[in-house]
Design a protein around this ligand. Structure first.
Ligand code: FPP
Length: 289
């Protein structure tokens, strides 16, 4: 009887806490005082915000999440613990991105080359991915974030494909931000597939060679419905683009940080955006900000 009473009280207080959060604070994101300073600087009401200086936020941020293995190694842990730690970074960055109202975030979670890793590491990564996709649904729905995935998704284990489809459907109405995961993704494969599909249309007579332009190529990539990334972030200090969105990053600003991915947090993301806002983007022209 006593236990039943306790259980009822606990479930009621959980319900009240949820209802309270829903009406007052849609996002379970409590920025640290340091993060809040960055937010104020970027979008707050202060006089020196990036907006008031007439600069515009990136519409699409793409990230190469690197350094999980080294992070684990530094701590004498198995590599998979680095990937597990990387999930906290994913959460923190997604919240920061949403806070800045940036509509597209695309994370390089698994490359076509990553299939060459030991089977145990690949299997553990796939399970982490499935669990992440399952657990994040409520927060994504609450914050109007939809899931998208790009890559050769048919190569993923069926249980990951199923969960992905469930999460995609559950979050499909999210209009504020797209959280994109590049999985079994390789840019050269993506471009090669686009060439094949375009050639097929030419062969069938539905497309003329003279009509093939950059837009036609873009329209045949996995990212057809997305704007090109404005900002590419790579962690762990490596200066490479590693077969990631090669066509799409033609004019992206690149921010490289030595921080290893599992240590990357909202504050690091805000710093990258500030760095981006400081760049003089000319797109091959001469105008200056
Ligand atoms: C690169 O670090 C990272 C990966 C290959 C996987 C990234 C995966 C995650 C962050 C976790 C799962 C992701 C989601 C979205 C749930 P590395 O292993 O190559 O590191 P190293 O260069 O130090 O060895």
């Amino acid at each position: 009887m006593f236990l039943a009473l306790v259980a009822a009280l606990v479930s009621q207080s959980v319900f009240i806490a949820r209802a309270h959060r829903k009406s007052h604070e849609p996002m379970p994101y409590n920025p640290s005082p340091e993060a809040q300073k960055y937010i104020d600087r970027l979008v707050g009401s202060g006089s020196a915000t990036a907006f008031s200086e007439g600069r515009s936020m990136p519409r699409h941020v793409a990230i190469i999440m690197d350094g999980n293995g080294r992070w684990a190694q530094e701590r004498g842990l198995p590599r998979i613990e680095g990937h597990r730690g990387g999930i906290d970074a994913v959460r923190s960055v997604a919240r920061a991105c949403r806070k800045l109202d940036i509509p597209y975030l695309t994370l390089y979670a698994f490359s076509t080359e990553n299939w060459r890793r030991p089977r145990t590491e690949v299997a553990a990564l796939m399970k982490l991915l499935r669990d992440f996709l399952r657990k994040e649904i409520p927060e994504m729905v609450e914050n109007e974030i939809r899931l998208a995935a790009i890559g050769d998704l048919k190569r993923l284990p069926v249980y990951v494909q199923h969960q992905m489809e469930k999460t995609r459907k559950a979050t499909a109405e999210g209009k504020k931000m797209q959280l994109g995961l590049a999985l079994s993704y390789g840019s050269r494969d993506e471009i090669t597939n686009a060439v094949k599909r375009i050639s097929q249309k030419v062969k069938q007579g539905t497309l003329k060679i003279s009509d093939i332009d950059c837009q036609v190529v873009s329209d045949h990539l996995y990212t057809a419905a997305m704007p090109d990334p404005d900002l590419l972030i790579r962690t762990s200090g490596e200066f490479r683009v590693s077969n990631y969105l090669l066509w799409q990053i033609a004019y992206a600003e690149i921010h490289i940080t030595k921080v290893l991915w599992p240590d990357f947090r909202d504050v690091d993301f805000y710093q990258a955006v500030l760095d981006y806002l400081d760049r003089d983007r000319r797109f091959g022209g001469v105008q200056s900000k």
